[in-house]
Ligand binder design. Sequence first.
Ligand code: DQA
Length: 142
Amino acid sequence: MRILVINGPNINMLGIREPGIYGSSTYADLCKMIEIYAAEKGVEVKLFQSNHEGSIVDEIQAAYQKFDGIVINPAAYTHTSVAILDALKSVAIPAVEIHISDVTKREDFRQISYAGMACKKSFIGLGFDGYLRGIDWLIDNN
Ligand code: DQA
């Protein structure tokens, strides 16, 4: 099974950005954790992070017929990007939405998730563990 893990803007700043919200572990720590977990589960994983909406759209399109599942934290684009929503719908690859923080308890502008409308499942507010739960969900529902 091949899973594409996509992270949106500022996820590369983990460990530096708002540690009270996102914790003190870094993006490199997150990648390592996902890679180790995927290897244990016998899953092939590709990690992609971008600060650019169009690059995320390109990556989703390129996943067509190449990946069996997508784990996506679109970060701030969650709440704004119809383009990412449409890209996920276009490829129709089973997708799971992740948020490190509990967006349901944050600002009003974080209460809408466009990408989430194209995702089969969401793991919200579980920290880095949400990514692993996302991988598990895709394996179980493959
Ligand atoms: C986030 C939540 C978003 O609202 C925010 O813009 C992020 C990270 C999270 O993982 O909690 O950048 O997606």
